[in-house]
Design a protein around this ligand. Structure first.
Ligand code: TMP
Length: 203
């Protein structure tokens, strides 16, 4: 899908610091005169907020494949309502999570199958791929220690070790798009690397 904006995503396991870094990046880019839209999945849209409750907080039984489809519905709404309009206006989109999350969490971590989730993501995104993906890499024991309480997905325990490995493999396979950032440091140190990676691509 072609557009004239710039699409940057943050990925990583729970507690890696995506929200903090996405906020810092949005502010820093706006201060440099860029028009920026910040979104997140699941939950960046009104439909997404409803889906987030089901996916993250409810006790409702959702099978692994159905879970992929609900994340996909949230994603498509985010694309149609927020991401594409901003990209067509030549804005920068700063997104917390995108298709890579479904590939890592459901495809590999949840056992749905990497190829199956990849082809589904290709379909539901109409081939929209981030220009840059910042992988905030941290060990699960360190990242979960930062969180006050664990949500439904985080409670799956050793699952996050699998998800971390999946992300690192994806980054190794797509070095032109991914930048791996050591997230087990202070937020200021992490942000220095985040900003440097984004400014390098923008210039
Ligand atoms: P968040 O805490 O980053 O907002 O994400 C909420 C949870 O949803 C987190 O445990 C990761 C999970 N998730 C998936 O499993 N698949 C997805 O496609 C997305 C976007 C999130």
């Amino acid at each position: 899908m072609t557009h004239r904006g710039f699409f940057v995503t943050f990925e990583g396991i729970d507690g890696c610091g995506k929200s903090t870094q996405a906020d810092l990046l949005t502010t820093a880019l706006e201060e440099r005169g860029h028009r920026v839209t910040h979104t997140f999945e699941p939950g960046g849209t009104t439909l997404g907020k409803r889906l987030r409750t089901i996916l993250v907080h409810d006790e409702l039984a959702v099978s692994p494949f159905a879970e992929v489809l609900l994340f996909a519905a949230d994603r498509r709404q985010d694309i149609d309502e927020i991401i594409l309009p901003a990209l067509h206006q030549e804005q920068i989109i700063v997104a917390e999570r995108f298709a890579d999350s479904s590939i890592a969490y459901q495809g590999i971590g949840g056992g749905v199958g990497k190829e199956r989730v990849e082809s589904l993501m290709n379909l539901i995104t109409s081939g929209l791929i981030p220009d840059l993906t910042l992988l905030l890499d941290i060990a699960p024991d360190k990242s979960l220690a930062r969180k006050a309480s664990l949500d439904k997905i985080e409670q799956r325990g050793s699952f996050l070790t699998l998800v971390r490995r999946a992300y690192l493999d994806m980054a190794a396979q797509q070095p032109a798009r991914f930048v791996i950032i050591n997230a087990a440091r202070t937020r200021e140190d992490v942000f220095q690397d985040v900003l440097a990676a984004v400014l390098k691509r923008l210039s």
